[in-house]
Design a protein. Structure first.
Length: 116
């Protein structure tokens, strides 16, 4: 199982980025996918999830209305569109899949820095 995030960077407050997660080593279309983030000095926190077919999404309250999770099972990718960024969104963003009990996989993360 491999998850590879990309798309992070430095952006000004109010800006946008599109994060991507390339998945391999398992059948993406069979599993829900998640995005988490970890800010400096803080615990990793849930950001968004999407069901295996893409018809059900959930968001943390702090990002609802600003972030959008999506997936393309034909390309084995999951995306997170992040809009209206503020400094509190600065974090390393991780892609995650739970294939079963004690089968939790993470990518290496992509850094998002929001600063003027």
């Amino acid at each position: 199982v491999q998850l590879v995030e990309s798309g992070g960077g430095l952006v000004q407050p109010g800006g946008s980025l599109r994060l991507s997660c390339a998945a391999s080593g398992f059948t993406l279309s069979s599993y829900g996918m998640n995005w988490y983030r970890q800010a400096p000095g803080k615990e990793r926190e849930f950001v968004a999830s999407i069901s295996s077919s893409g018809d059900i999404t959930n968001y943390a309250g702090s990002v609802k209305g600003r972030f959008t999770i999506s997936r393309d099972n034909t390309k084995n990718t999951v995306a997170l569109q992040v809009n209206s960024l503020n400094t509190e969104d600065t974090a390393v963003y991780y892609c995650n899949v739970q294939l079963g009990p004690a089968r939790d996989y993470w990518g290496q993360g992509t850094q998002v820095t929001v600063s003027s």
